[in-house]
Design a binder for this molecule. Structure first.
Ligand code: SAH
Length: 237
C-alpha cells in the first residue's frame, strides 16, 4: 500500500505514532481505529499493522506481520551535490531517492552561492522520508551536509567507483559501462567547479566524467549521472 506508510524508530508488537508522522496520519490520511498501515523501521523490512486507538497526540497500532521486501537497491550509491538555490536541492534529493540512492551529501564549494542550515537539512531529510514512502522504499536514505568541500570528497573514501562530473572536461576519463560495486558521485552547484577542486578530487582518487558537450543544469546533471550509474549497476530496467 503506497499510502499509510510510516517510519518509526523501534518497532515492537504495539507502537505509537507521534510527532510529524502522527499529524500526517491523523490530519491528512485520517487514520481511524481499524485502519491498516505499513510501518518501516529503516531495516529494509515492512510491518503490517492496524490502528487500535487514535488519541489526542498519538496513534496506537498493533503490529500483525513482518515481511521482507526486495525494493531496496543492491547497489550502494552515494550522491554528493553542491547546495543549490531555491528548492532545487530538495528536487535532487526527491529524485535521487526514487532512483535508488543510498545516501546523499550536500556540500558547499568555492562557487556555491546557496548555503545550508539545520532547518534546510531537516527539510531535506523530510523530503527523503516522503520520497521513500511514495516510491515504496523501506529505507529513507540519510542526508548529510559538509561545509568543507575536501571533507565531502573524503567522505567517499572506500567507494569502489568515485566519479566526478566535471563540466570543463573534453571527455570522460573512464567508462561508466558495467559498473560493479559501490559508487560515489560528485556533482557541482550552479557555479560549477574550479580547476583546483577538480585537481583535489583527482588526488583523492576520483575519475572525471563528462556528461556531453552541453552544460547541464546542476539538477539535470545529478539526475542524469545517477540514472546512468543505477542503470549500469543493474538497478533500472
Ligand atoms: N557554471 C558552470 C556550469 C555548472 S553546471 C559553467 O558555466 O560552466 C553544474 C554542475 O553540473 C557542474 O559542476 C557539473 O558537476 C555538472 N555538469 C553540468 N554539465 C556537465 C557536463 N557537460 N559534463 C559533466 N558535468 C556537467
Amino acid at each position: 500500500m503506497a499510502r499509510n506508510r510510516f517510519f518509526i524508530d523501534h518497532i515492537s508488537e504495539d507502537v505509537a505514532l507521534t510527532g510529524d508522522e502522527f499529524r500526517h496520519a491523523k490530519n491528512v490520511l485520517r487514520l481511524r481505529e481499524g485502519s491498516e498501515a505499513t510501518l518501516l523501521d529503516g531495516s529494509g523490512a515492512e510491518f503490517s499493522a492496524v490502528v487500535t486507538k487514535v488519541e489526542r497526540d498519538r496513534i496506537l497500532l498493533h503490529v500483525l506481520k513482518k515481511s521482507a521486501t526486495d525494493r531496496e537497491p543492491q547497489a550502494n550509491v552515494f550522491l554528493l551535490i553542491g547546495a543549490l538555490k531555491g528548492d532545487k536541492t530538495e528536487l535532487v534529493v526527491q529524485k535521487a531517492v526514487e532512483l535508488g540512492v543510498s545516501r546523499v551529501g550536500v556540500f558547499s564549494s568555492r562557487y556555491c552561492s546557496a548555503y545550508l542550515n539545520e532547518n534546510k537539512l531537516e527539510r531535506l531529510r523530510r523530503v527523503s522520508r516522503e520520497a521513500a514512502k511514495q516510491c515504496m522504499r523501506t529505507v529513507a536514505p540519510e542526508v548529510v551536509c559538509f561545509e568543507n568541500f575536501a571533507d565531502a570528497l573524503r567522505s567517499a573514501e572506500g567507494y569502489r567507483n568515485k566519479l566526478f562530473a566535471c563540466e570543463f572536461l573534453e571527455g570522460s576519463e573512464g567508462s561508466l559501462r558495467g559498473l560493479a560495486g559501490s559508487s560515489a558521485l560528485v556533482v557541482g552547484s550552479e557555479g560549477g567547479f574550479s580547476e583546483e577542486e577538480f585537481a583535489l578530487a583527482k588526488s583523492l582518487g576520483f575519475t572525471g566524467v563528462s556528461l556531453g558537450k552541453r552544460i547541464l543544469r546542476a539538477e539535470t546533471a545529478a539526475i542524469a549521472l545517477l540514472s546512468i550509474v543505477m542503470y549500469e549497476s543493474g538497478e533500472l530496467g
